[in-house]
Design a protein. Structure first.
Length: 578
């Protein structure tokens, strides 16, 4: 009798071992032969997003967590077209083994008179010409995935007319308030820049829909097309550990996508002003320390509203010298959402010490496939509320938001459309500053912090790239067919509005610095080659807050330059055409 029970138990164990092994192999095989579409890859990402509105690409994918990872489940023609372009020359196919060359990516930008443009990865705010070059390979061996895609940058980095000397001491102090609570130098050194970086490289262990790995890839959290409140491709990528979904996780409640990261951020170490005497008198120098970053993103697609995506982003950063080694020090993302925490003994503690800087955003994206339309938004808060009472009474404190849409109008031949897309990003402090702070001066703005010195990497913001405290409105109207596009772009940028409020209060003689621009857009694909071009003409009003019509020592005549920003991207697939 005992032997029978033992044999039965042995058979059960053997069954479960075999079952788990088969399940694991199934997970591995489902994830095999993947391909990675890097965040904000020119032309290709916009093409897929457009195809989703036409119900020609997987509607379960939110476009709120990027890069995008293709798999054998992506069987739509749109996905196959992009995968074919990314894959390049392959070695002979073997079971659970994959190797392919990645496309050559070449990008160049030119700015006259002043820097303009954002969302350009390794590139920096630059006057003159700057160029990036990237290529590499993708390899997969069973559960091990490697993408090696380094980047090279050369930038002329010419001097230009920046923040001037003809301001009062109080106004210069206001400028340095934001420079000292952030890391956004006007010019990145005094010479041309030439550097290599790991770029869009990663090493992952992949098991079906989940991947664990280390990466220097740019990540994008949120639904935005031109900007993002938390992470975009505006700054150089940073080294990070990541646990992330590769495709939506399907449950009876709906689909889930998510990512948890632990990363390392660096400061530029550069003085912000091009006027050395200002730096000598007012700049708070960096001490060389790096910042620890912890963040998570979660997106939910309800089963009962199949075309709605909602989610939450949360990040914490802190200089390493202040960080402890407790679990909560490594994973502050699991802290409460208020500073004041109470314990069972009746004591309370304020969790805002040692320079912890938090950002939280709530976002949504709604697809209307029958109307070839999408609407999205992202609302963020930079600072903990003291408690729930303070949050309810003052919800607009330290907030930023982003809203946008995209609409396709069918015209002419099949798959030819007029594409209209627009986005508004608002970072300027709310009217809350009038009652919260003395003298109407305001305080921190989005992506700045008194101790953490800004949500940045090597001197560029990780989220919104259009400038600290700036607001931007963008409208694009284009004729599109497949990968090809011809269009115009109209943009209005209100520069550093929080500085303007802090420095000039309500002085009617000191108007905002506004940039109005018109851009011409051109995308074209030929077999193995994709080109993207933009020519943008920018008219600045009250450039660097120097207003026209007043000529005194403090307020000289205004400077309203017309400048040019141009960008050109090339993607060349290494290998044979179809």
């Amino acid at each position: 009798m005992q032997a029978t029970k033992s044999n039965s138990h042995h058979r059960q164990l053997k069954f479960w071992h075999s079952y788990l092994l088969v399940a694991l192999l199934s997970l591995v095989s489902q994830g095999a032969f993947s391909q990675i579409l890097n965040a904000d890859t020119p032309v290709l990402e916009e093409f897929l997003r457009r195809k989703q509105l036409l119900e020609q690409f997987d509607s379960a994918y939110s476009f709120q967590l990027r890069p995008y990872y293709f798999s054998p489940r992506d069987t739509t023609p749109a996905a196959r077209e992009v995968m074919h372009f990314l894959a390049g020359t392959k070695v002979p196919k073997k079971k659970n083994v994959q190797f392919s060359m990645l496309p050559i990516l070449f990008g160049t930008e030119v700015n006259t008179k002043r820097p303009y443009g954002w969302g350009n990865k390794l590139m920096v705010p630059n006057v003159g010409i700057q160029t990036t070059l990237s290529t590499g390979f993708y390899a997969r061996f069973h559960v091990l995935e490697v993408q090696f895609q380094p980047e090279y940058l050369f930038a002329q980095n010419k001097p230009y007319q920046g923040f001037g000397e003809d301001f009062t001491s109080r106004e210069i102090s206001a400028r340095f308030f934001y420079w000292n609570n952030g890391d956004n130098p006007e010019r990145f050194g005094a010479a041309a820049i030439s550097k290599f970086w790991w770029g869009q490289s990663s090493v992952n262990i992949v098991a079906g829909p989940i991947a664990l790995g280390v990466s220097t890839q740019n990540i994008w959290w949120g639904p935005g097309q031109f900007n993002s409140l938390v992470f975009s491709d505006n700054a150089q990528g940073f080294p990070h550990l990541s646990l992330a979904t590769r495709r939506p996780l399907k449950t009876f409640m709906g689909n889930f996508e998510g990512q948890i990261i632990m990363g390392r951020l660096e400061n530029s170490g550069l003085a912000p002003s091009q006027i050395q005497s200002q730096n000598d008198a007012r700049f708070r120098k960096f001490d060389g320390d790096w910042r620890y970053l912890n963040g998570f993103s979660l997106t939910y697609n309800p089963s009962f509203i199949p075309h709605l995506f909602v989610g939450l982003n949360r990040t914490f950063q802190q200089y390493s010298k202040y960080k402890g080694n407790r679990f909560v020090d490594w994973f502050p993302i699991f802290e409460g959402f208020q500073k004041e925490q109470f314990f069972s003994n009746g004591n309370s503690v304020i969790y805002d010490s040692n320079g912890l800087d938090q950002q939280v955003s709530l976002f949504f994206r709604l697809l209307v496939p029958k109307g070839n339309f999408e609407l999205y938004g992202d609302y963020g808060r930079r600072d903990h509320a003291l408690n729930w009472r303070e949050f309810i009474l003052n919800p607009e404190h330290a907030r930023a938001y982003l809203v946008g849409f995209q609409k396709l109008f069918p015209i002419g031949p099949q798959n030819t459309f007029i594409q209209v897309r627009s986005e508004m990003t608002h970072q300027q402090e709310s009217v809350n500053r009038y009652i919260r702070y003395p003298g109407l001066i305001g305080n921190q703005t989005w992506h700045t912090h008194g101790l953490a010195r800004g949500f940045v990497n090597y001197g560029e913001t990780l989220g919104v790239g259009s400038g600290v405290g700036s607001n931007v409105q963008t409208l694009e109207v284009s004729h599109v067919s497949g990968f090809n596009k011809r269009g115009i772009l109209i943009e209005r940028l209100e520069n550093n509005q929080d500085f303007h409020s802090r420095a000039f209060f309500r002085n009617p003689e000191k108007e905002s610095w506004i940039d109005l621009s018109l851009g011409l857009l051109w995308d074209q694909k030929w077999d193995n080659l994709i080109l993207r071009g933009k020519a943008q003409f920018i008219k600045s009003y009250n450039y660097q807050w120097v207003n026209e019509g007043i000529s005194t020592g403090d307020y000289p005549s205004g400077y309203n330059p017309l400048s040019f920003y141009g960008s050109f991207n090339l993607i060349y697939r290494i290998g044979q055409t179809k």
